[in-house]
Design a protein around this ligand. Structure first.
Ligand code: FE2
Length: 401
């Protein structure tokens, strides 16, 4: 049996953590994906977390395993390393077979990428996908994306799986030019949990437990320059985590400057740092005064702070206020809802009908979209996409500047 907070990493599991398909989406930690398994709600919900990111800007990405009638449902695929499959096998022995695998997002590439290989691991499982799957730069049919069509159904169009255990609520579709943004949330009635993918996240000041397995990304970003060694302490881990939050939420936060190349090179290749773990001392970032305050506003101290993911809040939601409000209205009517589990950051986040309505009131009462401070870079991205005709202009109507 998998105990709560059990860390299943062991040195001799290295081979079991290999993910051979990583070059398809080359994100850190590349070919080695360690998995942290937690039982979030006894006998009902389990979280399987792996790290994923760019240049040590790595955050947890989560597969949620849900107890349904007769077996298990997997929500948001993850790379099925041997380690992950073994943990699932342990759950199957107690709770029944994996009956269903759900890819609930149309656009989240980091969730789509593992669907084919996870599907192959469970050849009897029914596959359900969000409508409007798209690939870039060219649209490919499902089979070409490695998703077997003979056992695949489309959420909404073909109904929903496990309706005796779950209620399903769609956010979108929202036209984002290249394709669509849509994610289908699942309310698991027995555990009173709402499962989402990217729309809402909860973030806490303490780094996720997954970093206990390897804190390198935290320590790497806790430094001020490339000539500083990677030192470890609880404070430095929290400092590194706060910076990862700013990076991962805003891509280029306000208080981050890119130093001159000469400065970066001068600080590089110092003794003790000539190794790949330290990226040979190359640290092309400089944090300005005020970065900590900026990060503090995004993290809860005692419990996770609930947020819309800023990339979506700035680039997607301003184009579809109605769709967002409709989704919040629907989730605020889910009877008994008391927690949220998203595919990133904190696992269990306090959530209820009142919090859903608070979010709705918040987005209806403030100016939107955000443009300054941490939002400046995303604002620039949005303008560039608009200028090049990549994203549509007109759905911005209805928003107050
Ligand atoms: Fe995601």
């Amino acid at each position: 049996m998998i105990k709560k907070d059990e860390v299943i990493h062991k040195e001799d599991l290295d081979i079991d953590q290999q993910w051979p398909w990583w070059p398809l989406l080359p994100l850190y930690p590349y070919g080695r994906r360690r998995t942290l398994v937690k039982e979030l709600i006894p006998n009902q919900i389990w979280s399987f977390e792996q790290l994923q990111g760019l240049y040590y800007v790595a955050v947890p990405v989560r597969l949620t395993v849900v107890k349904v009638s007769g077996g298990l449902m997997l929500f948001n695929p993850l790379p099925p390393t041997n380690e992950l499959r073994r943990a699932l096998l342990t759950l199957e022995k107690k709770h029944g077979p994996v009956l269903t695998i759900v890819l609930p997002t149309a656009s989240g590439l980091e969730h789509k990428i593992a669907m084919p290989s996870l599907a192959r691991c469970f050849p009897k499982a029914d596959l359900w996908i969000c409508p409007g799957q798209w690939s870039f730069p060219i649209g490919l049919p499902l089979q070409w994306l490695g998703i077997p069509s003979n056992r695949t159904s489309v959420l909404i169009n073909d109904g929903f799986p496990h309706e005796e255990s779950c209620e399903w609520v769609s956010l979108g579709p929202i036209n984002i030019g290249l394709g669509r943004f849509q994610e289908v949330s699942c309310f698991h009635k027995d555990s009173r949990s709402l499962l989402v993918t990217d729309a809402l996240v909860g973030i806490k000041v303490d780094p996720p437990q997954l970093f206990d397995i390897d804190p390198t990304p935290l320590l790497f970003h806790a430094r001020e320059s490339g000539d500083q060694p990677l030192e470890d302490s609880p404070e430095l881990r929290r400092k590194g985590w706060a910076r990862l939050i700013l990076f991962s939420l805003f891509l280029r936060p306000e208080k981050l400057k890119i130093p001159d190349l000469s400065k970066v090179v001068n600080n590089a290749f110092k003794p003790g740092l000539r190794n790949s773990r330290a990226h040979f001392g190359i640290y092309p970032f400089e944090w300005q005064k005020g970065w900590q305050e900026s990060a503090n506003a995004l993290m809860g101290v005692k419990k996770p702070l609930l947020l819309f993911a800023p990339v979506l809040e700035r680039l997607v939601f301003p184009r579809a206020q109605e769709a967002l409000i409709k989704w919040l209205d629907e989730i605020s009517s889910l009877k008994g809802i008391n927690c949220l589990i998203s595919a990133h950051y904190s696992d269990l986040v306090e959530f209820n009908q009142r919090k859903a309505l608070d979010l709705k009131r918040k987005i209806m009462s403030r100016s939107w979209p955000n443009q300054s401070g941490n939002w400046s870079f995303l604002e620039g991205v949005d303008k560039a996409l608009l200028k090049n005709g990549v994203v549509p202009k007109e759905p911005l109507e209805g928003f107050r500047d």
